[in-house]
Write a protein that binds this ligand. Structure first.
Ligand code: ATP
Ligand code: MG
Length: 275
């Protein structure tokens, strides 16, 4: 059942709402696809600004259909820009983090089928620190925490990292600063967060880079087009491509952990642990 090569599973999270998690997820996915990675983007947020809305795509089937056995995971994937495959948000995705044992096997099987068809799985999480968010983040191999220059963004990111560190033994996080207004802002936001984390927690934070505030992001959201396709030469798109190069250089998980079915197993273990 095990897939043949490791898959890099990356959760994009942040604690606070509206910091740009979905836009980072979507555009990073496309930028990685442009680097010839095979990317699946899992929308783990049932909120309003869904990935299908951002990309103007329409989901026919959802993971709920996979879970009740009426279709396979291939039928759920919607092709987006640069060939990325999107697993649209649905009650099925939410259920992933809280399934009964009978459904476990089906889900693991569904994802193991997918395993040898992708290199990177990006998981766009909801705002906040709900059990579902925590489950998806814990199941991932890499965690990108998106922050922006608002006091509540840093405190919410800190609260999220603190929870994951003290309750769930996670100690390694990556940070992207979004909507920055100056060249120094990203690094100084990172330093601010890193300082409190180093002082009070046992974690390692790594700065990935920044995405500048760019009107093109809002415009592309309105047009339901991905920024990186709609305005490929914009400052924000260039920044995302730079971040994608970094992400692409991250080490792949060690063999077993890298198999996609283990992502699902970890997800289910989190649910079993009483989350
Ligand atoms: N770099 C940027 N420059 C300008 N505006 C941005 C940028 N990134 C995001 N935005 C704006 O912020 C809005 C929220 O972004 P997005 O939906 O990606 O955030 P989110 O963190 O996923 O929100 P939620 O918590 O609701 O899921 C976007 O609609 C866009 O208008
Ligand atoms: Mg979002």
């Amino acid at each position: 059942m095990s897939s043949t090569r490791p898959v890099q599973v990356i959760a994009v999270t942040g604690g606070k709402g509206g910091v740009g998690k979905s836009n980072v997820s979507v555009n990073l996915s496309i930028a990685l696809a442009q680097l010839r990675r095979r990317v699946v983007l899992l929308d783990a947020d049932l909120g309003l600004a869904n990935i299908d809305v951002l990309l103007g795509i329409k989901a026919e089937r959802t993971l709920a259909d996979v879970l009740n056995g009426s279709c396979g995971i291939q039928d759920v994937l919607v092709t987006g820009p640069a060939g990325i495959k999107v697993v649209p948000a649905s009650s099925g995705v939410q259920q992933m983090a809280s399934l009964g044992p009978q459904e476990h096997a089906g889900l693991i099987h569904a994802f193991s089928e997918l395993g040898d068809q992708l290199d990177v799985l990006i998981v766009d999480t909801a705002a906040g620190i709900s059990d579902t968010v925590v489950s998806f983040v814990r199941a991932s191999n890499e965690v990108i925490v998106v922050v922006c220059d608002e006091p509540s963004s840093i405190t919410d990111a800190y609260a999220l990292i603190k929870l994951l560190n003290t309750e769930y033994d996670m100690f390694r996080f990556r940070v992207v600063a979004n909507m920055t207004r100056t060249a120094q802002e990203g690094q100084s936001l990172f330093n601010k967060l890193n300082m409190v984390c180093e002082r009070f927690l046992d974690v390692t934070l790594q700065y990935v880079g920044q995405v500048p505030f760019d009107e093109n992001v809002r415009k592309s959201v309105q047009k339901q087009k991905a920024l990186i396709e709609h305005a490929p030469n914009s400052k924000a798109a260039q920044a995302i491509r730079k971040i994608a190069h970094q992400v692409d250089s991250w080490p792949l998980p060690a063999s077993a952990r890298g198999h996609l079915e283990f992502f699902v197993e970890r997800l289910l273990q989190t649910a079993d642990a009483g989350l």
